[in-house]
Design a protein around this ligand. Structure first.
Ligand code: UDP
Ligand code: MG
Length: 136
């Protein structure tokens, strides 16, 4: 039986800038992922570095943190059956060139850097990432 889960989604600066947030939200709701919380914010480079800490040894880390803090983002908690995996499927592969037809990254991603969307990749990370943005 599938379980109801929550996962974190981020509409990245390239997509917010192109006014794609509403289109992306529609893809979620059409796929039975409910948006339970949402806010548009801009984070500092330090906050981006903390958020993407798991990638701190990667060659793209510095660029990634600069990018995520470069403009407004929309962060959302999505909820639904098997939400973490479902969201990853709807997002598509990290590199839009490899993403399947119909996925968000295939439709809107510009490059592996500017790939329009973030989604948690495990139950543990979903919990951490939701707390990161929505602790209150
Ligand atoms: N990224 C990048 N170059 C790479 C791999 C990843 O710029 O070679 C960026 C990309 O924007 C990606 C983010 O780093 O979304 C986090 O990487 P991850 O492997 O976690 O991909 P995701 O979970 O976002 O699909
Ligand atoms: Mg990831």
């Amino acid at each position: 039986m599938n379980r109801i889960e929550q996962t974190l989604s981020i509409v990245k600066p390239d997509a917010v800038e192109r006014n794609l947030t509403e289109n992306i939200k529609r893809v979620f709701t059409e796929n039975k992922l409910k948006i339970v919380q949402e806010k548009k914010i801009q984070i500092s480079k330090e906050e981006a570095a903390e958020f993407y800490k798991v990638h701190q040894t990667k060659p793209f880390y510095e660029r990634l943190c600069n990018y995520l803090s470069s403009g407004p983002i929309t962060v959302m908690i999505l909820e639904g059956e098997d939400a973490i995996k479902a969201n990853r499927r709807i997002m598509g592969a990290t590199d839009p060139k490899n993403a399947e037809e119909g996925t968000i990254r295939k439709q809107y991603g510009l490059s592996i850097d500017k790939n329009s969307i973030h989604g948690s990749d495990s139950i543990e990370n979903a919990k951490k990432e939701i707390e990161f943005f929505f602790k209150n």
